[in-house]
Each structure stands twice: as structure tokens, then as C-alpha cells.
Design a protein around this ligand. Structure first.
Ligand SMILES: *[C@@H]1O[C@H](CO)[C@@H](O)[C@H](O)[C@H]1NC(C)=O
Ligand SMILES: *[C@@H]1O[C@H](CO)[C@@H](O)[C@H](O)[C@H]1NC(C)=O
Ligand SMILES: *[C@@H]1O[C@H](CO)[C@@H](O)[C@H](O)[C@H]1NC(C)=O
Ligand SMILES: [Fe+2]
Length: 488
């Protein structure tokens, strides 16, 4: 295993060192139709029983992972708001009570949407929970993350632009096979906005039932895309994100955010920042001010892995949505480099692409270069908008492949990020290949903060016992010296 990792990592390092060795995959996929699955398909099956809870999904409910928000819909009447839960299957020692709401969207009337915060949980435990009444009650479970710890191992999956086609189903099933503990979702959920009138709401409901097989058990960390905007003046629906916001709560107050559209959380050894590509973010806006503060709260000694989610990619060499991320790049790229973000995940483009560590922050309007250059402080940018929605693939990449682009392929799939400890994580992009999951763009990722530490300290001290005893201040001073010269 170790030999394998070292081999992989040396392959990666040689790629990164060699700035323009980008690869455009020649893989040609067998086209499955990108039509939405019909509503009467079992993929959208309504659970049995009068008023049975459906569209069950969970997300983290606090800053550090000791709470979940459980959400579900009862179709016929409000019913019970209670979640019964406990550490033993069938034995629910605790009860939490949530809220219920309903809304209309044009001439669609929603079911009764329940949201219940379950908090005060123990770390690293399997909890069983039950919702609904009598014969219609339903049982699920979830696993809480380990306590915040720099060496906690944890497995995330990353999905974007999912929709509700047969390709979407394939992505979802493959993702569930990986055993990932938490899904980072980079926006564009249901594609219900491609329907008319009443059917918009109907397709939000079918999508909720579609993802339940995963989302009732694994927390999905939500970010919003352009398909969530749903600005429909012809229907009299002009408030953006209405369907999304009614259905997919986020724990934004826990990170001192003023909006469910942008927020942050810590989970195991990761600090995850969710941004909104379609909310204001220029200087002095609430999102800008919030991110400015949140980045200062990141403590790499506790959560070494700093991950940013957004919908519109900042580095994208596909013809689809080319340069749409420029405005956010101009505002935030400098911060991503300054804070040494490990990974930025985005969707939007229906293909897969990964960048080298590059930045384009030297340019200012009076002088400087205005093209991306290798930058060891920069994040790796990954576009994983290849979930499989009904719009199909973005097949045309720009030619020649730009120097910043390391790997790109126009087919469906999802990514996994398996954090091993503070210095190492294993990354895969998993292609949907003829109904199978094929790990394709795989490499070992070195932590932007601790990898420098560990190399440095090995050189200076050669002794991990003494390393643990070092004072934080000392580490910082050595690191700032080294990180200016260290290439990786
Ligand atoms: C919510 O449900 C109640 C009870 O069924 C109903 O009277 C009300 O009109 C609904 N509200 C909306 C906004 O649809
Ligand atoms: C723009 O770049 C030039 C040359 O690097 C530098 O002298 C100047 O201070 C920069 N201006 C700003 C506002 O950053
Ligand atoms: C971190 O994980 C990597 C990959 O599994 C391993 O090679 C390395 O020795 C680990 N580091 C520590 C300090 O355990
Ligand atoms: Fe999009």
C-alpha cells in the first residue's frame, strides 16, 4: 500500500512539476440517453402508507459535527414533527421536535416540509432514527463524524449537476458503492426548472425521493447552482432560490453567516467553505465580508484540510461556461492562495477537469502578467459537473489545452476524497463506464499546510516525537520561511 502511494505521489509530483503536460482523455463513452427518468419509475417510488414521510435527507446541523438537520416531506397532512433516535436499532431513547412549513410555487402546492435539528450527539457513533406515525413510520440511520482532529481520516464524495436521468442514477449508485461518509454537493440539484408550471414543484419532489437512498443516511453538504435560481417572471415567481431554500436547509448561523446560501463547517479534519456563485460577492457585500472573517477562523492545526465548494468553476477550459468564473476569481483567488486552500470543487460544466496548482493574481490593471502561472500556494481546482443531468455532456474542450489544465474528460462520474491524516489524502475521479465505476484520475494529495511542516521538520529535526512538542509559533515562523522557497 505504502509503495503504491509513493508511486502514485511521484507520478503526481512529476505531472505538477512539468507545467504543460495536461491530458485530454480520449475516452469515448457509450451515450445513454440523457432523458429524465419517468415519474412512475421505481427510482421515484412513493413510500407505502398514508402520509408516509418521503424525500428524507440529512445535513450537518452545526459547526463541528455534533448535530444533524433531518428533513422530510409528508404529502397528505402535517403529521408529526418528531424524530425519535438512539444508539440502538429499534430503541429510540431520545426525541427531537422540528418545524413544518408548506408553500406554493405558481399553481403547485408543496407537501408539508419538516425540518428537525438533532443536536448534542456523540462523535463517531451510529445513530438510528425513526420518523412518521404507526404503519407509515420509516427508519433510517446515520454515522456522526469523528471529533475534530488533525489526523482524523474521513471519506468525502463530491457530486455536481446531478439531475434525475439514468446517468444521474448511475452516478448516485456508484457514489454509494464508495462508502463515502459525506457528500459535498456543488450545485444544480434537480433541474426541475426545465419543466413548466406545476411540474417544477413535482420534479423537486421526485428528486427528493431519488436522492433519499443516499441522503437519508449520509449528510449532503449543499451549495446552490444556477438551476436553483428559478426566476420565472412569467409565472409571477421572482424571488430567487425559493424551491431550494424551502427544501434544503443549511447550518449557516453556526458559522456566523447571514444567509443559507454561504456558510462553513468543520468535519473530522476538514474545514469546508460553501460559497454562492449566484449571490453578491464583490467587495463589501455580506458574502465577501463573511468569507473574509471565516478564512481567519480556519485553524489548520485542528482542521488541516481546507476545501471550498462553489458552483461556477474558476478554472475551466471547456467551451461550455468558459470564463464565467472570472468575476469570482478576481475577487477571491488572492485569498485562496494566501490561505493555501487545498481544493476548490465546482460544477456547472458537464464534464470533468482538474487544474495544476496555478494562480493568476499578479495582474493589476496598470501592470503585471495576466495569465495563470504555477503557484505552490494555490489550490487544485476540480470541476465535477458531470453528475448526469438531462442537459447532457459538455463535449467541446478548448484546443489547445491550456497550461493550467492537468486532466479533462467529457463523461459522467463523481469524485472521492479520502483523507488519511494531516499530510495525505487519496483522490479519485470515478467515471461511470458502461454501468461500472472506474477510478480514473487518481492521485495522492499533499496537504497545503502540513506537508510543508512535515518535510521541513524532518529536515530540521528528523524526529516526529519532538515535532509534536513544538510550539505553534515556532512552527509558523519556520513555515513562512520555507514555504517561500519550497516547490511541490
Ligand atoms: C398550508 O397548508 C394548510 C393546511 O393544509 C393550508 O390551509 C394552506 O393554504 C397551505 N399554505 C400554503 C402557503 O400553501
Ligand atoms: C500594480 O502592479 C505594479 C507593478 O507590479 C505595482 O507597482 C503597483 O503597486 C500595483 N498596484 C496595485 C494597486 O496593486
Ligand atoms: C499519513 O498517511 C500516509 C498515507 O496513508 C502515510 O504514508 C503517512 O505515513 C501518514 N503519516 C503519518 C504521520 O501517519
Ligand atoms: Fe450550472
Amino acid at each position: 500500500m505504502l509503495v503504491q502511494l509513493l508511486l502514485l505521489s511521484s507520478v503526481l509530483l512529476s505531472c505538477i512539476g512539468n507545467g504543460n503536460a495536461g491530458l485530454t482523455s480520449a475516452f469515448v463513452r457509450n451515450e445513454w440517453p440523457s432523458n429524465d427518468i419517468p415519474l412512475d419509475n421505481e427510482a421515484f417510488a412513493v413510500p407505502k402508507g398514508y402520509n408516509a414521510p418521503q424525500q428524507v435527507h440529512i445535513t450537518q446541523g452545526d459547526y463541528d459535527g455534533k448535530a444533524v438537520i433531518i428533513s422530510w416531506v409528508t404529502p397528505n397532512e402535517p403529521g408529526s414533527n418528531k424524530v425519535r433516535y438512539g444508539l440502538t436499532e429499534g430503541k429510540y431513547d431520545f426525541t427531537a421536535e422540528g418545524t413544518v412549513q408548506n408553500y406554493t410555487f405558481y399553481n403547485y402546492k408543496s407537501g408539508y416540509i419538516h425540518q428537525c435539528l438533532v443536536n448534542g450527539l456523540q462523535y463517531d457513533k451510529k445513530y438510528y432514527y425513526e420518523i412518521g406515525n404507526g404503519d407509515s413510520s420509516r427508519k433510517f440511520w446515520f454515522q456522526t463524524p469523528p471529533e475534530i482532529n488533525p489526523d482524523a481520516s474521513y471519506k468525502f464524495a463530491i457530486i455536481g449537476d446531478l439531475g434525475q436521468t439514468y446517468n444521474s442514477l448511475s452516478t448516485l449508485e456508484h457514489c454509494m458503492q464508495t462508502g463515502a461518509n459525506t457528500i459535498l454537493f456543488v450545485g444544480d440539484l434537480s433541474y426541475a426548472d426545465r419543466y413548466d408550471n406545476h411540474d417544477v414543484g413535482v420534479r423537486w419532489d421526485s428528486w427528493g425521493r431519488f436522492v433519499e437512498r443516499s441522503a437519508a443516511y449520509q449528510p449532503w453538504i449543499w451549495s446552490a447552482g444556477n438551476h436553483e435560481i428559478e426566476y420565472f417572471p412569467h409565472l409571477g415567481e421572482v424571488i430567487p432560490f425559493r424551491n431550494y431554500l424551502h427544501r434544503y436547509p443549511t447550518p449557516y448561523p453556526a458559522s456566523k453567516s447571514s444567509s443559507p446560501m454561504w456558510y462553513a463547517m468543520r468535519r473530522a479534519s476538514a474545514h469546508i467553505i460553501v460559497l454562492s456563485s449566484y449571490s453578491p460577492y464583490v467587495k463589501y457585500t455580506p458574502q465577501w465580508r463573511w468569507l473574509n472573517q471565516e478564512l481567519k477562523r480556519v485553524d489548520r492545526e485542528k482542521t488541516p484540510w481546507l476545501i471550498v465548494l462553489m458552483h461556477t468553476p474558476i478554472y475551466n477550459s471547456n467551451d461550455a461556461h468558459f470564463m464565467e468564473g472570472e468575476s469570482m476569481r478576481v475577487v477571491f483567488e488572492r485569498w485562496f492562495c494566501h490561505y493555501k486552500v487545498d481544493l476548490v470543487f465546482a460544477g456547472h460544466v458537464h464534464a470533468y477537469e482538474r487544474s495544476y496548482r496555478i494562480s493568476n493574481i499578479r495582474y493589476n490593471i496598470s501592470s503585471g502578467t495576466s495569465y495563470p502561472v504555477p503557484d505552490k500556494s494555490a489550490p487544485v481546482y476540480i470541476t465535477v459537473g458531470d453528475g448526469g443531468n438531462q442537459e447532457g455532456l459538455a463535449q467541446r474542450f478548448r484546443d489547445p489545452q491550456p497550461d493550467y489544465s492537468a486532466f479533462r474528460e467529457a463523461s459522467y462520474g463523481h469524485s472521492t476524497l479520502e483523507i488519511k491524516n494531516r499530510t495525505h489524502a487519496l483522490y479519485h475521479w470515478n467515471r461511470n463506464d458502461e454501468g461500472k465505476r472506474v477510478p480514473t484520475d487518481s492521485f495522492v494529495l499533499h496537504n497545503q499546510y502540513w506537508w510543508v511542516h512535515s518535510k521541513l521538520l524532518r529536515n530540521y529535526l528528523g524526529n516526529s516525537h519532538r515535532r509534536r512538542k513544538l510550539k505553534k509559533n515556532y512552527l509558523h515562523s519556520v513555515i513562512s520561511k520555507i514555504s517561500r522557497s519550497h516547490i511541490f
